[in-house]
Design a binder for this molecule. Structure first.
Ligand code: DQA
Length: 147
């Protein structure tokens, strides 16, 4: 099983960025946690963070072209307005789970709207970095259910 983990703009600043909201873990620490969790379950994970919309769009296309089994995506601010990322997710057959570190429903009202979530099988919000592990569990379960 191969999973692509995508993180959007400003998430390279985790650890420094608003730690009262996003915690003290850096993105590197979170990615290591995901890879460790995945490796124990014999799952291959590739991680990409980008501040550029087109790189995330192209990565989603690549997930399909390279037959990945799932995408875990935190589109960050793109969540709230990127139709390009939504269309990319809708246009591939690879199942995606949307993750937010913070609980977007307890914050500014503009964060409650996700234009990307309808193109995903589900959304996890507010579980901190554990949301990525829960997303991985969801994709494992989905694959097991399909077999
Ligand atoms: C975020 C929530 C978004 O609203 C915000 O723009 C982010 C991070 C989260 O992980 O909680 O950059 O996606």
């Amino acid at each position: 099983m191969r999973i692509l983990v995508l993180n959007g703009p400003n998430l390279n600043r985790l650890g420094k960025r608003e730690p009262h909201i996003y915690g003290h873990e850096t993105l590197q620490m979170i990615e290591e946690k995901i890879v460790h969790y995945a490796t124990e379950r014999n799952i291959e994970v590739q991680c990409l963070q980008s501040n550029r919309e087109y790189e995330l769009v192209e990565a989603i296309h690549r997930a399909e072209d390279e037959s990945f089994d799932g995408i875990i995506i935190n589109p960050a601010a793109f969540t709230h307005y990127s139709i390009a990322i939504r269309d990319a997710l809708s246009g591939v057959s690879v199942p995606a789970v949307e993750v937010h570190i913070s609980n977007v429903h307890t914050r500014e009202s503009f964060r409650t709207n996700s234009v990307t979530a309808p193109a995903c099988i589900g959304q996890l919000t507010g579980f901190g970095s554990n949301g990525y592990l829960l997303a991985l569990q969801a994709l494992i379960q989905l694959k097991e259910d399909a077999n």
